[in-house]
Design a protein around this ligand. Structure first.
Ligand code: HEM
Length: 133
């Protein structure tokens, strides 16, 4: 059976094309401080970041991504002062944009799959973020 997450991404691409800009717009609205952290970042790098975020959302077993997740969370915390809660906000923004792009064709199956996947990936990311007293 095809993963509902993949089906939803295909539908969103058919209906809305490239959703990168819409994701950043939603994210900066929903996550105070995130726009400031990214104001120096050029569109190419921003696009590459979203490609990686979308790729991770399509993964259903994060064990294989463990080294990569360690690298990204360390890099984001040490080099850009990204805060732990910013990951879940970003994933929620992607969820919102994909859902709105699909509009009336969004199903309960998509919703359930997204809630589960976003929760799992948020946990993987947030648990790697070091709490510094
Ligand atoms: C699943 C979560 C995330 C992934 C996989 C991810 C991935 C990436 C990647 C691959 C790049 C580098 C692109 C390149 O140099 O070619 C990047 C850059 C960056 N990311 Fe993320 N990112 C994530 C979450 C976040 C969050 C929550 C923030 C908070 C605002 C953030 C802020 C940044 C910034 C500021 C850069 C700029 C790097 C630079 O100046 O070169 N990222 N990200």
């Amino acid at each position: 059976m095809t993963d509902p997450i993949l089906t939803s991404f295909e539908l969103a691409a058919d209906k809305a094309g490239d959703v990168t800009d819409a994701i950043y717009e939603q994210y900066f609205k929903d996550c105070p401080g995130s726009e400031k952290l990214m104001e120096h970042v050029d569109p190419g790098v921003k696009g590459k970041m979203i490609q990686e975020v979308l790729r991770l959302i399509m993964v259903d077993d994060y064990q294989e991504e463990s080294d990569y997740l360690n690298f990204e969370v360390n890099y984001h915390q040490n080099s850009f002062s990204v805060e732990g809660h910013m990951y879940a906000n970003l994933l929620r923004a992607v969820h919102t944009v994909v859902k709105h792009s699909i509009a009336s064709e969004w199903t309960e199956e998509f919703e359930n799959a997204w809630v589960k996947r976003i929760e799992a990936l948020s946990h993987e990311l947030t648990s790697r973020h070091k709490i510094i007293a």
